[in-house]
Design a protein around this ligand. Structure first.
Ligand code: EPZ
Length: 420
């Protein structure tokens, strides 16, 4: 396994191009199952999760071809059973359920395992699909689904933590080929859901309201191939913006979508970070003095849970008390104990982390866990005095394209090493 060895203390300077959004590409790749015609997807990031999804589509019988950041998928003849070993490894693969039902009217998909950030149930996915006439059973770790007819219906997809992103994606992809009209209430409003709806409409679907809590889908008979460019990754952009402020450098993010980042940019400005927008580019640098801020993660357009860990590192540097409350996942503080190894002073009180910022960080070996916690440890290593070794960085490669190369380009002293 590989680690990242980071020598801290260098302010990052320069430009970085933001890659395509992982959480847009994964459901969009699943949506290619909805037509037998070829689909071309552009700005596809080189990530292990994306490669996994490609293998899953191929295991279903689709032709999958990666050429740099351009992916072509042709699902001419497909089967409805996903490869357990592949699907088990990546929770995002659950979103093949909706398109398989729409295309084949049957599907057998492994239940996604939990992961380090929480139990990750799919009860809302199944509730939404049942409202469209899907018959479901669970046995031996599989969801067995059949739908002789998919019929549009009205459904409410809100759960204990608000809407579900992939649950909305699954229902959207089943509804586009259902008979009649489907109305999803309490739909997820994330930009990645809007991008999926854009892809589906480009295929000939009839979806209105994506990005709002109410999405209306009028079923059509079939969908055609498409050539589509996905949105840039707002979470990657936020991660680099925080790295600029944390290292007291200045980074210009090229090809970002500031309009997808209002909550993050607002919180950074409140913390004293200077953020200037030039069209699709953002220039970020630390202001004269960082100020502690309180953060609560919420469904979009609130502060994203996927940026919680990274912000915690910035607050660990900031003299004063910051309270970070995680309202989306029940176990998303894996990074706290690792940050403590670097000298951070953070106490967990239920869903909140109390950050007593301003303590100096010093390098040490730390363990990556969930994707975003790993990114937080990298930012911490960029600041900590001495050398930090972030182990098990396969977690990072799931969601960040060439993060060490991009950071080196900005002046970081970071290299990939084989784990001893
Ligand atoms: C997506 O996961 C993202 N992943 C996550 O990003 C992101 O953190 C999450 O949305 C929230 O924004 C992808 O898009 C591939 P949810 P998803 O269903 O759709 C509960 C990353 O780091 N829930 O919106 O799986 C659930 O337990 C990843 O890139 C139910 O109760 O998340 C959670 O508390 C991590 N029942 C909340 O809803 C369900 O049926 C939000 O989950 C489904 C979800």
């Amino acid at each position: 396994m590989e680690s990242l060895s980071i020598r801290g203390g260098i302010p990052l300077h320069g430009e970085v191009t933001i890659s395509g959004a992982k959480n847009a590409v994964l459901p969009i790749m699943a949506a290619t199952l909805l037509t037998s015609e070829p689909c071309v997807i552009r700005r596809v990031p080189d990530l292990s999760d994306v490669k996994f999804m490609g293998q899953i589509l191929a295991s279903l019988g689709a032709q999958v071809k990666f050429e740099g950041s351009i992916l072509t998928v042709r699902a001419e003849k497909i089967k409805g059973v996903g490869d357990y070993e592949l699907i088990r490894k990546m929770r995002g693969s659950i979103c093949i359920l909706g398109p398989l039902l729409a295309r084949l009217h049957k599907a057998k998909v492994s239940l996604p395992g939990g992961c380090v950030i929480g139990s990750r149930p799919i009860d809302l996915h199944l509730k939404g699909l049942k409202a469209l006439g899907v018959k479901l059973s669970i046995s031996n770790g599989y969801v067995i689904a059949t739908a002789p007819r998919l019929v549009g219906g009205d459904l409410f997809l809100g759960g204990r933590a608000g809407p579900t992103v992939l649950g909305t994606a699954n229902v959207l992809m089943a509804a586009v080929l259902a008979e009649g009209v489907t109305i999803i209430e309490s739909a997820a409003c994330e930009p990645e859901v809007v991008d999926l709806a854009g892809f589906l409409n480009a295929m000939g679907a009839k979806i209105i309201g994506a990005g709002s809590p109410t999405i209306t889908i009028t079923g059509v008979r079939e969908l055609h191939g498409v050539d589509y460019e996905v949105i840039p990754d707002r979470i990657e952009a936020a991660t680099f913006a925080i790295a600029a402020a944390a290292t007291d450098g200045e980074i210009t993010l090229l090809g970002s979508r500031p309009d997808h980042m209002h909550a993050v940019l607002d919180k950074l400005r409140e913390a004293g970070v200077k953020v200037e927008r030039h069209g699709p580019a953002l220039t970020v640098r630390r202001g004269s003095r960082l100020k502690p801020v309180d953060i609560t993660t919420l469904p979009y357009a609130g502060f994203p849970t996927d940026v919680q860990a990274q912000m915690m590192v910035l607050m660990a540097l900031t003299p004063g008390i910051s309270i970070i409350t995680e309202r989306i996942f029940e176990a998303r503080f894996m990074h706290v104990s690792e940050l403590a190894r670097l000298g951070a002073d953070i106490a967990i009180e239920g869903p909140s982390a109390i950050v007593k910022g301003g303590k100096p960080l010093s390098g040490a070996p730390v363990m990556a866990s969930d994707l975003r916690a790993s990114a937080a440890l990298v930012i911490a290593g960029l600041i900590a005095k001495g050398t930090t070794l972030v182990k098990r960085i396969y977690h990072l490669d799931r969601g960040y394209e060439n993060i060490d190369a991009k950071l080196r380009q900005l002046g970081a002293r970071i290299e990939r090493v084989e784990e001893s």
